[in-house]
Design a protein around this ligand. Structure first.
Ligand code: CUA
Length: 185
């Protein structure tokens, strides 16, 4: 003989069905958020799988110190190369032109760091052994603080760099040395 249930079976079924629909609605809402931010905001998870030897990146290749900062490509776009390390970004201030495609390329010689530009689509982890790449374009001039947002050790809270978005004419008039870093200005 079946045990008498405290809650009638029809009520249990109805409740379960409602929760199932609530869960499916949440799932649909979250999927929609991912699709909308991906299509409209270009907010993508970093998918650049490119390896680099973290032991020798300061000695050879594109991440040697003289090559860091902002470089202008033949097509007019900008490439910013940054090394994230305990506990600073190198260089720790970069300038880019406004309304111009900007490609960030980052790597780390030590541990995992994070790279985030608030209110933009730039948000990536910087993993030793890999090159992180993010493409963006700035619609307004101004200054951004770029905090490391991945706990990387005791000095993590002080690991921050700056990005200055300047008018394209002003950027074009700079020497290659001034483009590499804006610290002295
Ligand atoms: Cu680097 Cu936190």
């Amino acid at each position: 003989m079946a045990e008498p249930s405290l809650v009638p079976e029809s009520v249990v079924l109805r409740t379960e069905r409602r929760w199932l629909f609530a869960m499916l609605a949440m799932l649909a809402a979250m999927t929609l958020v991912i699709v909308v931010t991906g299509v409209a905001g270009a907010l993508h998870p970093s998918s650049n799988v490119e390896t680099i030897d973290s032991q020798t990146l300061h000695l050879q290749g594109e991440f040697v110190e003289s090559n860091l900062g902002t470089a202008v490509e033949p097509d007019g776009s900008a490439t910013v190369r940054i090394v994230a390390m305990q506990y600073d970004f190198l260089p720790n201030c970069v300038e880019v032109p406004v309304n111009t495609p900007v490609r960030f390329r980052l790597t780390s010689p030590d541990v995992v760091h994070g790279f985030l530009l608030p209110d933009t689509n730039v948000n990536t982890m910087v993993v030793p052994g890999f090159v992180s790449e993010v493409n963006t374009k700035f619609a307004r001039t101004g200054e951004y603080l770029m905090p490391c947002h991945e706990f990387c050790g005791l000095g993590h809270h002080g690991m921050v760099t700056r990005l200055r978005v300047v008018p394209a004419e002003r950027f074009a008039n700079k020497t290659s040395l001034e483009r590499t870093s804006c610290v002295q200005q």
